[in-house]
Design a protein around this ligand. Structure first.
Ligand code: VAH
Length: 316
């Protein structure tokens, strides 16, 4: 059976729905620190679990006979800069708790998401390679980079089957992202439909790697389904689909909403965005476990606007 920690979040919620569709509702237990996402909480088996509390985690794992854990709880980059100690505590303690459950053989398999935030200003920005300089300048990035080292360590020393992906910014319509630097690429679609305008917290030229949720979920399912010998990298895999600037996403929205306008008021998140790569070389993931993406910017925009519009109509 599967446990998803942080199931109320942007990726956790859609991962829960997908894994239930694949493995059956009774085999996928959703959990989070609170009832933050009513739709998700009401959609199946749900437990309140504090990922920072080993005992509470262990009780849940034993109660439901869990063998696989997806640890999707984390404090993201922008919030992490506001609460550095808390970000460190949450991101690291939750990872150690889950890795230790696997080390003690309570569970067999772990998924832990890393991020392109592991890279920093000294990293080559275009087609960032799998192995390169990594000097992250955000607390979030530091937790992800250190987390990667620990994943590899637990795999090598204790044989823990942990698998990881360096997600780019994830774009989705079901659940809002919370506290990240790439969140603008979700907000912009909501504002385009509500106000026909968006004031962007990054400047016009901020190119970042991004991915549509369906691709991110597919990657997550695929890496976990792959035979263990295919997973040659036990720190974390580079993963990519598309890269664009705020100007380019605005242009793609204008093709559907011609009156749409964008303005720019960069805030503290600009510095974070400037420290990250513009595009990612993910050839290892494509070679090792056959990763490929489906959604480019045009397809993402079409899907986002269609789905959000349908949601609006359904609520009205
Ligand atoms: C953030 N969405 O903005 C996250 C992500 C690529 C960055 O990990 O913090």
């Amino acid at each position: 059976k599967i446990l998803i920690i942080g199931a109320c979040g942007q990726i956790g919620s859609e991962l829960t729905y997908k894994l239930r569709a694949i493995h059956g509702d009774e085999n996928v237990i959703a959990s989070d620190i609170n009832y933050g996402n009513v739709e998700l909480v009401n959609s199946g088996i749900f437990e309140i679990v504090d990922a920072m509390d080993y005992a509470s985690l262990n009780v849940c794992v034993e109660k439901h006979n869990i063998d696989t854990v997806y640890l999707m709880a984390a404090m993201l980059s922008a919030t992490g800069e506001k609460y550095p100690n808390k970000a460190w505590d949450l991101n690291m303690t939750s990872l150690f708790n889950v890795l230790d459950l696997a080390k003690a053989n309570y569970i067999k398999k772990v998924f832990w998401p890393s991020s392109i935030a592991v890279f920093g200003p000294s990293t080559p920005k275009i087609d960032t390679p799998q192995y390169t300089s990594m000097e992250p300048t955000t607390v979030y990035g530091i937790t992800k980079q250190v987390g990667e080292r620990w994943c590899e360590y637990y795999h090598q020393k204790y044989g823990v089957d942990v698998r990881s992906i360096r997600y780019p910014g994830i774009i989705s319509w079901k659940t809002l992202p919370g506290g990240g630097t790439t969140d603008y690429a979700v907000e912009i679609y909501h504002k385009a439909l509500e106000n026909k305008s968006y004031d962007c917290f990054l400047n016009d030229a901020s190119m970042l790697p991004m991915m549509y949720m369906e691709d991110a979920i597919k990657a997550t399912v695929d890496i976990m389904d792959a035979a263990p010998e295919k997973i040659k990298i036990r720190s974390s895999y580079n993963l990519a689909a598309m890269s664009f600037t705020p100007v380019e996403i605005a242009e793609s929205i204008k093709k559907h909403i011609p009156e749409f306008t964008i303005s720019y008021s960069p805030d503290f998140r600009q510095e974070i965005a400037d420290s990250w790569p513009k595009s990612i070389d993910d050839s290892s993931a494509r070679e090792d476990w056959n990763w490929n993406h489906s959604y480019d910017l045009e397809a993402t925009t079409k899907e986002m606007l269609t789905q959000l519009e349908a949601l609006k109509t359904a609520k009205a």
